[in-house]
Ligand binder design. Structure first.
Ligand code: BG6
Length: 517
């Protein structure tokens, strides 16, 4: 199979070397290598490319290549073309070394000089820290001390880290300061795989390429916004990490705050990375942090107990591997936030996410206000559904608008119909890991879809008071929802107190009626 030419306006990335710290881990085999291969298939990788794995164990380049070939067979998202893979494979290198050992770095420098000569990578290097967060700052500092982050003679050096970016405001500031001590902010790419998802990127297009919605995208026409990330998986074998995180840190402070920022941001002055990020950070800064009293009213936490998923009995969180039998870690959270600016003052944003919920479902629902006067008698007599705009992010990507229509027949009977669009309508959009776009953006130096230091700190400014309150008041009712349910009853009360209900908690709430495209 020949490489395709690059789609749309995307151009192949320029020459570079990619260094992956922690190349023996899951991320490399499940996401990074398959994503690089997919980029190769799409003609988006440079021919002048080398990829160096760094881990503790001694092994030869050839051994590393053989292992990666096996992983590709297991984890590629499409059939692997031998000729294309072998081109990538011959650019694979390996460097053994402890991340904390200063001696690792001169060896890495020597390897990078060698690949710069053999693969003509031009001295451009992307350092991907696919390692536990406790190593981020130290690796960056050691790379800096070894001179590996210096950008000279037009060559670039970039550092990529994965969340969590700290575990509260203070630790995030410290991490940012340490990394900022060795590189410029523009060299740092804090990756968020949610921002690589098609529908998430489509949010910008939806909002800013259509004139239809902008006039009503504000507090005058919108009643409230709901953002939901429901997962059916439990913590799997990530108990160690999850016990230090919980869903507020793992999902809400990161991915979901980004979704909120995309929904609520003002139009940027351009699609330059900083123009977009300037608007996003303003939204995060406009979210009012909760007082301890408000945390009791506006935030609910939960933890799953044993239950059933479909026909399968599943254990409770406290019985999962590497989890404390008296764990107070939350696997579910619902919060009500206010973005206090002119566009959104007084409009609640309800965010909820949980593990082991009834179905896997990520969506954003924007509910509009009711018409000022209900002229239809039948409708006036009962509460009718308002207009809603639903952005489906996964598993099925698409957009749906719910409107009222007359049911055919002699009586004026109202029903809800959907105008909808599904990404499937585009046909096969290609197998992807979600990392393709993000890796390509890093190689071409586009930081739009990445967290900036000030965004991280603004997000922690909102999340930390909730975490602090929870910490000082340990939960007394955990586990408080059975696996396979829609979360704790207190979450329903949180929204019902406002005279509203969760959208899409159960299949029976999906809009009945016709589907029109
Ligand atoms: C990760 C979280 O960032 O996102 C996981 O650490 C979570 O706990 C995952 O399961 C969800 O990602 P996705 O793409 O499956 O929604």
């Amino acid at each position: 199979m020949p490489e395709a030419s690059a789609p749309g306006s995307l151009r192949p990335a320029g020459p570079c070397a990619i260094v992956i710290f922690g190349a023996a881990g899951d991320l490399t085999k499940r996401k990074l290598l398959p994503a690089l291969y997919n980029l190769k298939v799409n003609g988006l990788l440079p021919r002048e490319l080398a990829i160096a794995g760094v881990t503790r164990k001694e092994k030869s380049h050839e051994q590393f290549r053989a292992e990666q070939s096996q992983d590709m067979r297991d984890f590629a998202t499409q059939a692997v073309d031998e000729a294309l893979w072998s081109e990538l494979r011959q650019g694979l290198y390996y460097q053994a070394g402890e991340f904390t050992d200063p001696a690792t770095y001169p060896k890495l420098a020597a390897l990078l000089e060698e690949v710069a000569r053999t693969h003509r990578t031009g001295g451009n290097v992307l350092f991907y820290l696919a390692v536990p967060p406790s190593f981020f700052a130290e690796i960056a500092e050691r790379l800096g001390a070894a001179g590996l982050l210096r950008e000279a003679e037009g060559a670039w050096r970039r550092v990529i880290i994965e969340k969590p970016f700290g575990r509260d405001l203070e630790s995030a500031r410290e991490l940012n300061a340490r990394i900022g001590g060795v590189v410029k902010e523009s060299q740092v790419y804090r990756i968020d795989h949610y921002l690589g998802k098609e529908t998430v990127q489509n949010l910008l297009v939806f909002r800013f390429a259509n004139g239809l919605f902008e006039p009503i995208w504000n507090r005058r026409y919108i009643d409230h916004v709901q953002i939901k990330v429901a997962e059916t998986v439990g913590v799997e074998d990530r108990g160690n990490y999850y016990e230090t995180a919980g869903v507020l840190r793992d999902m809400i402070q990161t991915h979901m705050f980004q979704l909120l920022a995309l929904v609520a941001m003002e139009p940027p002055i351009s699609f330059e990375a900083d123009a977009v990020r300037d608007e996003k950070v303003k939204v995060l800064r406009a979210i009012r942090p909760m007082t301890p009293g408000e945390v009791l009213q506006q935030a609910v936490r939960g933890q799953y107990g044993e239950g059933r998923l479909g026909d399968q009995p599943v254990p409770g969180y406290r019985s999962e591997p590497k989890v404390s039998p008296i764990s107070a870690t939350e696997t579910y959270a619902a919060v009500k936030l206010f973005v206090e600016n002119w566009r959104w003052a007084g409009i609640p944003f309800y965010l909820r996410s949980g593990k082991r919920l009834a179905t896997r479902d990520t969506e954003i629902m924007i509910q509009f206000r009711q018409p000022p006067l209900m002229l239809f008698e039948e409708a006036a007599a009962r509460q009718i559904d308002p207009n809603r705009l639903v952005l489906h992010i996964q598993p099925d990507e698409g957009i749906e608008i719910q409107i009222k229509a007359k049911r055919p027949g002699p009586a004026v009977a109202l029903t809800t119909v959907k105008l909808d669009f599904s990404y499937k309508d585009f046909g096969d959009t290609g197998a992807a890991t979600g990392y393709e776009r993000l890796l390509h953006d890093i190689m071409v130096g586009d930081g739009t879809l990445f967290h900036r230091a000030d965004m991280v700190e603004a997000a922690w400014t909102v999340a930390t008071p909730i975490l602090d309150s929870w910490q000082s008041l340990p939960p007394r009712d955990f586990p408080n929802y059975p696996a396979g349910s829609w979360g704790p009853a207190a979450a329903d009360e949180l929204i019902q107190r406002d005279g509203r209900t969760w959208w899409g908690s159960s299949p029976s709430e999906a809009a009945p009626g016709l589907t029109r495209s």
